[in-house]
Design a protein around this ligand. Structure first.
Ligand SMILES: [Zn+2]
Length: 101
C-alpha cells in the first residue's frame, strides 16, 4: 500500500537534443500588446486612442484588431475569431500612467 509516498517533481522540459547542435526551438507566439499609433483597427482603419478597448481577432490575415466601436456594431466579427482583448497603451509608458503630482 502506498502511504506517504513523495512524488519527486520532474523537470517540465526534457530536451532531447543532440549536443553541439543548435537548439531548433522556434520562439513561441508572443502576446502582442496594442500600442498607441501601432495598432490599427482592421475594420475602420483608424488608430484607437490610449485607453481604448480593442478586441483581437485571428483571421486569414493573422492577428487583427478591432476598435471598440466596430466591435460593438458587429463589424469586428468579419475579421475572424476573437482571441482576446486589451486596452491600448502608450508606447513609452506601460499599463499604468505615472501621475506627476
Ligand atoms: Zn474600428
Amino acid at each position: 500500500m502506498e502511504h506517504g509516498s513523495i512524488d519527486a517533481p520532474r523537470p517540465p522540459l526534457m530536451r532531447e537534443g543532440d549536443p553541439g547542435g543548435p537548439p531548433a526551438v522556434a520562439p513561441g507566439p508572443q502576446p502582442q500588446r496594442p500600442i498607441d499609433g501601432v495598432v490599427r483597427c482592421a475594420s475602420c482603419h483608424r488608430y484607437p486612442l490610449v485607453g481604448e478597448q480593442v478586441t483581437r481577432h485571428i483571421g486569414r490575415h493573422g492577428e487583427e484588431w478591432a476598435c471598440e466601436t466596430c466591435e460593438r456594431e458587429g463589424r469586428g466579427r468579419r475579421l475572424g475569431a476573437v482571441t482576446g482583448g486589451d486596452r491600448v497603451r502608450s508606447l513609452s509608458g506601460a499599463a499604468n500612467v505615472h501621475r506627476a503630482v
